[in-house]
Design a protein around this ligand. Structure first.
Ligand code: HEC
Length: 179
């Protein structure tokens, strides 16, 4: 409170008009938002050809993966309208680039894939990222408990998505407790 009023006092002491303090920053922000629209990055909205997909155990498995994961980890990205507006376009393009780099279910079998972490990320809740469904966006990606369980069992029956062996770590921890 004290700091705030002394700040206001200091600003007042500068003798700046209300226009300078309120209007100019708003105009500057609007101008800046306009200028950054000219940056070419983030407007390509690429969807390269699909070269191979996992042999999904069931059509439902694929359907659930499309709903929860294909917005980033595929070459069938449904680019939303706001992905045309910087700086959102930069953030979204960057997410998709990074996600495809980790695992692209449309280029399955092309090496360089973290596909064997697929089940793990769903079980630990790290994928899809929380920000993806923030503000009611992408409600289709909010899987119910039943859908998530169906997805995991479908993925366990899909070749190439084997879970990593994490039981070893748990066992080690138990041994540590015994000591
Ligand atoms: C909003 C975009 C987005 C969605 C939707 C999304 N991911 Fe990701 N994913 C990313 C990004 C970005 C990375 C790389 C950075 C990181 O690891 O957080 C990543 C990394 C990964 C990785 C490799 C890294 C690791 O933790 O092992 C796997 C596996 C993965 N995602 C699986 C999935 C699955 C399965 C789904 C659907 C249930 C999904 N993702 C949905 C953006 C997304």
């Amino acid at each position: 409170m004290g700091a705030w009023s002394s700040l206001r006092g200091w600003i007042g002491g500068l003798g700046l008009s209300r226009r300078v303090i309120v209007t100019y920053p708003i105009l500057a922000t609007v101008a800046l938002l306009g200028i950054i629209q000219l940056v070419p990055y983030g407007r390509q909205h690429s969807n390269p050809p699909v070269t191979g997909e996992p042999a999904w155990a069931t059509p439902e498995t694929r359907d659930l993966m499309v709903r929860a994961c294909y917005g980033c980890h595929s070459n069938e990205v449904d680019w939303p309208w706001y992905s045309n507006i910087a700086p959102l376009s930069w953030v979204i393009t960057n997410h998709v680039d990074e996600a495809r780099d980790e695992v692209n279910y449309s280029e399955f079998g092309s090496g360089h894939q973290e596909a064997d972490d697929t089940i793990e990320t769903i079980l630990d809740g790290s994928m899809p990222p929380a920000s993806y469904t923030l503000f009611g966006l992408h409600p289709e990606a909010n899987l119910s408990d039943e859908e998530r369980a169906a997805l995991v069992s479908g993925l366990r029956a899909t070749p190439g998505l084997d879970e990593e062996e994490h039981e070893d770590e748990d066992e080690d921890e138990e041994h540590d407790d015994d000591d």
